[in-house]
Design a protein around this ligand. Structure first.
Ligand code: GUN
Length: 292
């Protein structure tokens, strides 16, 4: 059983990006510049955005963090996005989700210039993804493709079962795995919380993408011997014995599932790190496409 170590794969992606930013700097060119908008004080969102900013530094990117209170006016937020769209020195824009209830996620996503939409959430970018056209691939599915590529996991002709149909992970992942890509050409089953025979479907999977957000939901009886299991879960579970008072749990019960797998991602240290690698690659792509 191979542990698909996100730390090693992400380090390889970041080293390549660092080489690119070093060359840009040597040529007297500015570094790619990511703008991240964070609203409120959601602990998990704070951690993710801090990690995005730190990873920008490590790869020679610039980043600007724009923070708002939970009570921010939707109009003020949209105005800020508009200014970032117009700012020629900003290459990529992301608004960390989830948003406070009074703000329309759809309006915010559609306000971002698709050319700077490094999350790949804008409907025009998702449309391109569905049609197999070049675009920004949402960071988590992108990171999973990079992980599969790094560890040379074959996908062609395999049955991939994706559990969870979110716009951020499951749905774009299902489209990518079914596309004619090096890490695609799978037969894909996309499951949701109404799927009645989930265990039977999962038992047929050569590749399982668990992105349902339920800690340790996936148990060994759901997994075929030799399957590849990709765990997208990152739920904080209260644990008084942990230093921070919680532990991060994946959607897969690692200890019991891992022995059945040919390959599996750990949590933490798997997909999460690759998500940031995907975001950085998208930011470099935006830079190369948008700068004259
Ligand atoms: N919240 C959870 N995942 C993501 C992501 O990939 N991008 C943004 N902007 N917010 C998220």
């Amino acid at each position: 059983m191979l542990v698909l170590d996100g730390k090693i794969a992400a380090a390889a992606v970041k080293a390549e990006l660092k080489t690119q930013t070093t060359a840009l700097s040597a040529a007297g060119k500015p570094a790619p510049h990511l703008a991240a908008i964070l609203i409120g004080n959601n602990g998990a969102s704070e951690t993710y955005v801090a990690s995005k900013v730190k990873n920008c530094e490590e790869t020679g990117f610039r980043s600007t963090l724009v923070r708002f209170e939970d009570s921010v006016d939707e109009a003020d937020l949209l105005q800020t996005i508009c200014l970032l769209n117009e700012n020629l020195d900003i290459d990529g824009i992301l608004v960390q989700l989830p948003l406070p209830k009074h703000i329309s996620e759809q309006k915010v996503i559609e306000a971002i210039d698709p050319r700077k939409d490094v999350d790949g959430f804008h409907p025009s970018n998702i449309g391109k993804l569905v049609q197999g056209l070049p675009t920004f691939i949402p960071a988590t599915p992108y990171g999973i493709l990079l992980l599969l590529e790094f560890f040379n996991i074959q996908t062609k002709g395999k049955h991939a079962v994706v559990i969870g149909r979110s716009n951020i992970v499951g749905r774009p992942m299902s489209i990518l795995l079914s596309s004619n890509l090096p890490q695609g050409n799978c037969t894909v089953t996309l499951c949701n919380s109404y799927t009645t025979n989930l265990t039977e479907i999962c038992q047929q999977a050569d590749i399982v993408i668990a992105a349902l957000g339920k800690p340790e939901f996936m148990q060994p009886e759901m997994i075929k011997e030799g399957a590849v299991v990709i765990d997208v879960g990152i739920t904080r579970v209260d644990d008084a014995t942990a230093k921070k008072g919680f532990r991060i749990k994946g959607d897969v019960h690692f200890e019991s599932v891992a022995p059945k797998c040919s390959a599996i991602t750990p949590v933490p240290g798997g997909v999460g790190l690759m998500t940031i690698a995907g975001l950085l690659k998208n930011t470099m792509q935006a830079y190369l496409q948008n700068r004259p």
